[in-house]
Design a protein around this ligand. Structure first.
Ligand code: GLC
Length: 429
């Protein structure tokens, strides 16, 4: 009993972020934004999108391709021109399919193969007619215009070969041409954070930034003066270094596809939280604090972030759902004290994620409104923000506590990457 309490106290010390630390992270973030914009060394790439705030009057029906690393999604989206948008139809395919063994994100797959699969799916989804296509491609891209984006490097553990350094719209256009689909014309390529911003701004909210708290983590905001004009900037904030990290973060980073990169994302996003949780549980097992069949979770990434959500949602006094999950996943009957320890470990990892995401949001607000007197709304999309118990409340409570004179709030924007790509396509048509 004492050992368990001690082990959890140690985890608490490792994963908690004090109010002072959070303030410092926000200040460093604001500084990194400034440096990135000035072209000085910075962990924030501050990538231009060449797209300004929409008016809400953009109209038309558009085809949308949403490629974010987990699924391939196609949508047809109608912009009504009165700040209303409708998804008329959509279909989605997993990029990794355990059943068929197909994994379009593997290093053995080439960019041409990936984009050929995408073109085939587009041909099935839109079998006839002329279409303008908006493409949400949720990776760091050096953008030369609203329709020309070169992938700087993959993130979120994607390894598909021969895409880094290439122009994404050319890869897509070539693949469409090879399948005689020239009736489909890509007109805009954007990041999902830009899409989230555009979707919310189209609907009329006075939005300052768009954020994703899902598989990945990133933010975009409206910069009044980038290259002499107002435009949305994709910060690629997942690459920011929050400057703190536990032994578990170090191990995860070391074994990741790109050690040293995406340090904030590795502490915040859904792609990684389950793995951090697995590392923590394994260490508690090695320390004899938790007994279970360690082989059940010996494989990296074998615990998902969704499981953590299920554990946290268990409000029963004897933690019945946690008990059931421990049986299913760890093949063990647990004592209540063990279940409490497991749930607390999940809670510490998730709370740190939300507080770090909030620190980055604070950083943006400090840069945009130094006297901190305005009213600000930040649009957020992503499964963590939408579904993880307590996540949104933790972010909001940081904003309230750290911005005493400002009214800042977040709002959920569902399907930001789908609707936002249609808005971008309309702006560019
Ligand atoms: C990763 C990508 C970024 C994207 C985010 C959310 O951080 O690098 O471009 O916006 O994931 O999907």
């Amino acid at each position: 009993m004492k050992e368990t309490v001690r082990a959890i106290a140690t985890l608490y010390g490792q994963f908690s972020i004090s109010a002072n630390e959070l303030d410092m992270i926000a200040d460093h973030f604001a500084e990194a934004m400034e440096n990135g914009l000035q072209g000085m060394p910075s962990r924030l790439k501050m990538l231009p999108s060449f797209i300004d705030r929409p008016t809400g009057r953009e109209t038309g029906e558009f085809l949308v391709l949403d490629f974010g690393g987990t699924n391939l999604r196609l949508l047809s989206v109608l912009l009504e021109g009165n700040r209303k948008a409708q998804i008329l139809r959509q279909k989605s395919w997993p990029l990794r399919d355990a059943q068929s063994g197909v994994d379009l994100t593997a290093g053995s797959v080439s960019g041409e193969e990936l984009f050929d699969s995408i073109a085939a799916a587009i041909g099935d989804f839109a079998p006839s007619g002329e279409w303008r296509l908006g493409h949400t491609f949720s990776f760091p891209c050096r953008q030369y215009s609203a329709n020309r984006a070169e992938l700087i490097h993959w993130t979120k553990e994607i390894r598909t070969a021969g895409v880094e350094g290439r122009d994404i719209t050319s890869l897509l256009t070539d693949a469409l041409r090879n399948r005689s689909l020239t009736r489909i014309q890509p007109v805009a390529v954007i990041n999902d954070t830009v899409g989230t911003y555009l979707a919310a701004a189209y609907a009329g909210e006075r939005i300052v930034a768009g954020a994703i708290c899902g598989t990945g983590h990133n933010m975009a905001y409206l910069e009044p003066d980038a290259r002499g004009q107002q435009m949305v900037i994709n910060m690629e904030s997942g690459d920011f270094d929050p400057g703190m990290g536990t032994v578990f973060d170090a191990a995860l980073n070391q074994d990741s596809e790109k050690p040293g990169a995406q340090l904030l994302e590795k502490q915040v996003s859904g792609r990684y939280l389950g793995e951090l949780f697995r590392l923590v549980l394994t260490s508690l097992h090695h320390a004899d604090i938790l007994r279970f069949d360690a082989n059940r979770i010996s494989k990296p990434y074998s615990l998902s972030t969704e499981i953590m959500g299920e554990l946290l949602a268990d409000d029963t006094s004897s933690l019945l759902r946690v008990e059931q999950l421990c049986r299913e996943l760890l093949a063990v009957d647990t004592a209540l004290e063990e279940r409490r320890a497991i749930k607390t470990a999940a809670l510490l990892i998730v709370t740190r994620s939300a507080r770090l995401a909030a620190a980055a949001l604070l950083g943006v607000l400090r840069r945009l409104d130094p006297p901190m007197t305005g009213r600000h709304v930040i649009a957020v999309d992503g499964s963590l923000y939408e579904k993880m118990p307590g996540y949104r409340d933790t972010i909001e409570s940081v904003l309230v506590r750290h911005l005493p004179r400002t009214v800042a709030r977040t709002c959920l924007v569902k399907d930001g990457s789908g609707i936002g790509a249609a808005v971008a396509a309309a702006i560019c048509s």
